[in-house]
Design a protein around this ligand. Structure first.
Ligand code: HEC
Length: 184
């Protein structure tokens, strides 16, 4: 039990070469070191697959774009805002409104306007919403009015009271997302 220098385990072989009279033991890499190496390799494979190959994970740019869209959505949805043509066009370029509007369209509007929005052109009851022919005007506020108040005599129900103002504006944004924003 003295402080004698620790002797290497007897099974460590001595390597053949000698430099300046110095020899070295042929030591095995420590397990913790090997574990770190293999774990890093496994992590790399998983990372590469998730972000680069299958693209399940979002890139930094995509994360940023989503955040910006969310911030703009919060600004646009501010009740102090006038729901005018400009605001509706902006909403139609924002995934937050368009995605929500798509969900409403799928449950509420496809029965007449069809999944493709092509309506009567595909055997639906309502008119085509993706061509440039509009019965009630092509301004976003015209669409909003029709969806809100309906055209009862022609079989378009008034959706405002049924789905509420928020969903109405979202579903209009979804329809507008199929159209070009007119040059100012
Ligand atoms: C029961 C069938 C029916 C449903 C459901 C329906 N619509 Fe319609 N929609 C119509 C009909 C019919 C017209 C045509 C009205 C006319 O001729 O004046 C129309 C017209 C419209 C127009 C005006 C088109 C133009 O050319 O001016 C818009 C916009 C519209 N619908 C959007 C929607 C949205 C959004 C929904 C879902 C919230 C919806 N509709 C649900 C039947 C329907």
């Amino acid at each position: 039990m003295t402080n004698a220098p620790k002797q290497p385990p007897a099974e460590d072989a001595i390597r053949e070469h000698t430099f300046d009279g110095i020899q070295e033991y042929d030591k095995r890499l420590p397990n913790w070191w090997l574990f770190t190496l293999y774990a890093a390799i496994a992590f790399w494979v998983g990372y590469w697959f998730y972000y680069q190959n299958a693209k399940i994970g979002l890139s930094n740019t995509e994360v940023l774009q989503q955040e910006l869209a969310r911030i703009e959505a919060a600004k646009l949805a501010d009740p102090a805002n006038q729901l005018d043509d400009g605001t509706l066009w902006k909403m139609s370029r924002n995934a937050v409104f368009v995605d929500a509007g798509k969900a409403t369209f799928t449950t509420t509007c496809v029965s007449c306007h069809k999944e493709s929005l092509r309506g009567t052109d595909e055997g639906g009851i309502g008119p085509n919403l993706v061509d440039n022919v509009w019965i009630h005007g092509n301004k976003p506020t015209d669409l909003l009015k029709v969806v809100n108040e309906g055209v009862l005599a022609k079989g378009m129900p008034a959706w405002g009271p049924v789905i509420g103002a928020k969903k109405t504006s979202e579903v209009v944004a979804f329809v507008l997302s199929h159209h070009e924003v007119p040059a100012q």
